[in-house]
Design a protein around this ligand. Structure first.
Ligand SMILES: *[C@@H]1O[C@H](CO)[C@@H](O)[C@H](O)[C@H]1NC(C)=O
Ligand SMILES: *[C@@H]1O[C@H](CO)[C@@H](O)[C@H](O)[C@H]1NC(C)=O
Ligand SMILES: *[C@@H]1O[C@H](CO)[C@@H](O)[C@H](O)[C@H]1NC(C)=O
Ligand SMILES: *[C@@H]1O[C@H](CO)[C@@H](O)[C@H](O)[C@H]1NC(C)=O
Ligand SMILES: *[C@@H]1O[C@H](CO)[C@@H](O)[C@H](O)[C@H]1NC(C)=O
Ligand SMILES: *[C@@H]1O[C@H](CO)[C@@H](O)[C@H](O)[C@H]1NC(C)=O
Ligand SMILES: *[C@@H]1O[C@H](CO)[C@@H](O)[C@H](O)[C@H]1NC(C)=O
Ligand SMILES: *[C@@H]1O[C@H](CO)[C@@H](O)[C@H](O)[C@H]1NC(C)=O
Ligand SMILES: *[C@@H]1O[C@H](CO)[C@@H](O)[C@H](O)[C@H]1NC(C)=O
Ligand SMILES: *[C@@H]1O[C@H](CO)[C@@H](O)[C@H](O)[C@H]1NC(C)=O
Ligand SMILES: *[C@@H]1O[C@H](CO)[C@@H](O)[C@H](O)[C@H]1NC(C)=O
Length: 606
């Protein structure tokens, strides 16, 4: 299945290269938005190597000296449809301390020439620890690096493992870029007096809640050997990919971490028009199924969680010049999504095989999905017990209001879903009742104008997730509110000589607030406001961008109990116009109650 779908992708690029213009050329041009644009190369020797980056807050590190290991050095040339590159990982035995409070994965790469944006994944013993997109090179060369906190995979890093990296690249006389990559792990020994360090990072995965990382992380991915990534490929709306697993009988908590990325016909799912419109206009080769997508995760056939994915735009998306050097939110470090499955533990503690399933509502070819099951074990018992108390998964509400005539019109798509579960688990920590609630709402307004050559998309995704754990004596609550606004204006103007101009404005935002504590809502523990605006214009011939300009502005404000970070940066035509960052807290609603933090220490780690 993997090999054939990559062939499909390959065919897709080739068709685009030789695609003749037709009367409904505008739609084919719209399709060219889909990361298939390349920049024509005119190397100027005086241009230095360009450094690309993703705006995010620095990882809070202990003040100790890290032990660093280069785990992989590889040149990704023609790797398409080949097995992942493997390396042996060994824990850093020579490090003076083996008590690490922070472990960082550093991806560093250089590339030169012409190349598409390539998706890649890094797995350790089948557990995905990093998913990302490469930067698109220039003739004069680029460099970028990404640091990811992988402390939550600590249990895995204590033992030798096989590291697998899949980056499907294609090199020929047109696509000349070879990715030269180093993957390094940095192990930071704990500080002596370290109490709450590292806590904040875990807010990023609030649903996982607790400060300490899991005792065991099980891969819910495809096994090696494979000529592809270890992710599952979900190719249509009825395709459900299943993975069997067994857990130890003394588990008391479980969180499923899901990795998701969307490609080819669904790379821009949020801009896909409804099928009625495609059929009525006899459009062929245009990706449809409307703009709503939802990843559903099932356990033995029952929906246990959903993901309304963030609209990551890869480095070649919309207008490749927008993402140089400031890359799109999430594109260098794709988000993973946590689903609390503790309420269901009682059903899988029997030592038997169970199945997780992954499906995508309205999916078109192809989605890459896999997951990691983080499990906490009761060191004081060989068996725990549990029961699901309550489970509600109401039929989701989905609506579409269309109004179009010919190629112009409007479409309003709305959807919402909630999943609630509660269950108890009895271990040496007592009988703990966990309530897990996920609620999502989705609104997408799409307008086609100027006889289909103009498309405007305005979309918002909101999600509320909460986890309450009730112990005999305490209740711990964690809430996460997420809001992702997205706006795209794109107009293609035919130049009548086999080329066209594409004008695009994009606004991409990610906002989140997390609350912790014992009262009804707890206290605001962190808030993040992250917004990117981009404007650009390119002239496209075939699938080559012959000239153009892209400008991007980004404002990032993080405010948390463990510290604050803000950055205000702007670029145009590869050049940074301004770049200001600081550690001032805006301190709006958040309580400056560092000690409360301590009260929300994981009960299980105590
Ligand atoms: C709109 O596009 C269709 C299909 O490409 C074409 O047949 C039609 O002539 C166009 N109409 C106008 C007003 O340009
Ligand atoms: C990778 O590491 C090697 C050895 O330290 C170094 O020579 C090379 O420049 C590094 N490459 C990158 C992309 O950082
Ligand atoms: C590791 O360091 C932390 C923080 O200093 C300390 O609480 C813990 O006891 C240490 N663990 C071991 C096994 O030394
Ligand atoms: C959906 O995808 C699966 C897996 O590739 C395939 O077996 C099935 O035939 C597809 N269904 C449709 C309706 O295309
Ligand atoms: C679509 O094709 C059908 C059948 O060939 C034709 O009757 C109809 O006029 C076409 N519609 C458009 C909008 O081109
Ligand atoms: C549909 O669109 C047309 C043209 O823009 C407009 O005149 C009409 O009022 C719209 N109908 C509805 C129900 O919104
Ligand atoms: C989430 O919570 C907020 C505040 O309680 C509420 O206004 C909103 O309707 C909830 N649901 C969603 C899907 O955002
Ligand atoms: C096509 O026309 C546009 C606008 O008239 C011009 O800028 C561009 O250079 C032309 N492209 C080619 C390949 O002739
Ligand atoms: C695109 O953004 C620029 C700069 O903000 C603005 O001047 C222009 O009007 C915008 N264009 C559209 C079509 O929204
Ligand atoms: C970011 O910096 C620019 C340039 O100094 C300024 O105009 C803008 O107001 C700043 N934005 C924020 C949110 O601080
Ligand atoms: C972008 O910068 C290059 C030099 O680095 C310059 O030659 C070109 O004219 C600039 N483009 C625009 C649209 O300003």
């Amino acid at each position: 299945m993997g090999a054939s779908s990559f062939l499909a992708f390959f065919t897709f690029s080739v068709i685009l290269v030789y695609q003749p213009f037709t009367s409904n050329a505008n739609f084919h041009k719209t399709k060219l938005l889909r990361s298939q644009l390349l920049l024509s190369q005119n190397a100027k020797r005086d241009i230095p190597i360009t450094k690309y980056f993703q705006v995010t807050k620095p990882i809070k590190l202990p003040k100790t000296k890290p032990c660093s290991t280069l785990v992989l050095q590889h040149d990704f040339g023609y790797t398409y449809g080949k097995p992942p590159v493997l390396a042996n990982y060994n824990p850093p035995k020579k490090c003076p301390s083996q008590n690490f409070s922070k472990i960082i994965l550093e991806w560093k790469a250089t590339c030169k020439g012409r190349q598409f944006d390539r998706i890649f994944g890094v797995w350790l013993g089948g557990v995905e620890i990093f998913r990302s997109c490469t930067a698109e090179p220039r003739a004069t060369g680029i460099v970028w690096s990404v640091e990811k906190d992988i402390t939550r995979y600590s249990s895995l890093l204590k033992n030798p493992q096989t590291l697998a990296v899949y980056l499907g690249n294609l090199v020929d006389s047109t696509y000349t870029g070879i990715y030269h990559v180093n993957v390094t792990f940095h192990f930071y020994p704990a500080e002596l007096e370290q109490h709450f360090h590292g806590f904040n990072r875990h807010f990023g995965n609030l649903e996982s809640g607790y400060d300490s990382s899991a005792d065991l992380v099980l891969p819910i991915s495809r096994n090696l050997p494979l000529n592809d990534g270890q992710w599952f490929l979900v190719q249509n709306s009825t395709d459900v990919q299943l993975k069997e697993f067994t857990i130890p009988r003394n588990a008391y908590r479980a969180v499923l971490e899901v990795y998701v990325s969307f490609h080819q016909n669904d790379e821009f799912w949020f801009g896909n028009p409804p099928n009625d419109y495609i059929v009525a206009n006899n459009l062929t080769g245009l990706a449809g199924n409307g703009p709503f997508r939802e990843v559903l995760i099932s356990l033995d056939g029952k929906a246990v969680g959903a993901v309304y994915p963030f609209t990551v735009i890869y480095t070649g998306g919309v207008n490749p010049l927008l993402w140089r050097p400031i890359t799109g939110i999430g594109s260098f470090d794709l988000p993973s999504y946590d689903i609390e499955v503790t309420p269901f533990l009682g059903r899988i503690l029997d030592g038997m095989e169970h199945k997780f399933g992954f499906g995508v509502t309205n999916a078109l070819d192809v989605w890459y999905i896999d997951a990691n099951l983080h499990i906490w074990l009761d060191s004081k018992s060989v068996e725990t017990k549990g029961t699901l108390i309550e489970y509600k998964s109401p039929t989701p509400a989905v609506s579409l209001v269309s109004n179009f005539s010919g190629l112009d019109g409007t479409f309003l798509t709305k959807a919402s879903r909630s999943i609630y579960s509660s269950g108890w688990v009895e271990s040496s920590h007592g009988k703990v009742v966990t309530h897990s609630f996920q609620e999502f709402s989705f609104t997408n307004f799409m307008r086609m104008g100027k006889n289909g050559s103009l498309q405007i998309v305005s979309q918002t995704i909101n999600s509320n997730c909460s986890i309450d754990s009730k112990l005999p004596s305490h209740i711990y609550k964690a809430r996460l509110f997420q809001n992702s606004p997205f706006y795209l204006y794109n107009e293609n103007v035919d130049q009548g000589n086999g080329s066209y101009t594409s004008i695009a404005n994009v606004s991409l935002g990610y906002n989140e607030e997390s609350f912790l504590g014992q009262s009804r809502f707890g206290f605001l523990a962190s808030s993040l406001k992250n917004v990117q605006n981009g404007q650009g214009s390119i002239v496209v011939k075939g699938n080559l961008v012959t000239s153009g300009l892209g400008s991007t502005q980004q404002v990032y404000n993080y405010d948390g109990t463990g510290g604050c970070f803000s950055r205000n940066v702007s670029s145009s035509n590869y050049t940074i116009l301004y770049d200001k960052s600081g550690n001032h807290c805006s301190g709006s609603k958040r309580h400056s109650s560092g000690y409360l933090f301590g009260r929300w220490r994981p009960f299980l780690a105590v």
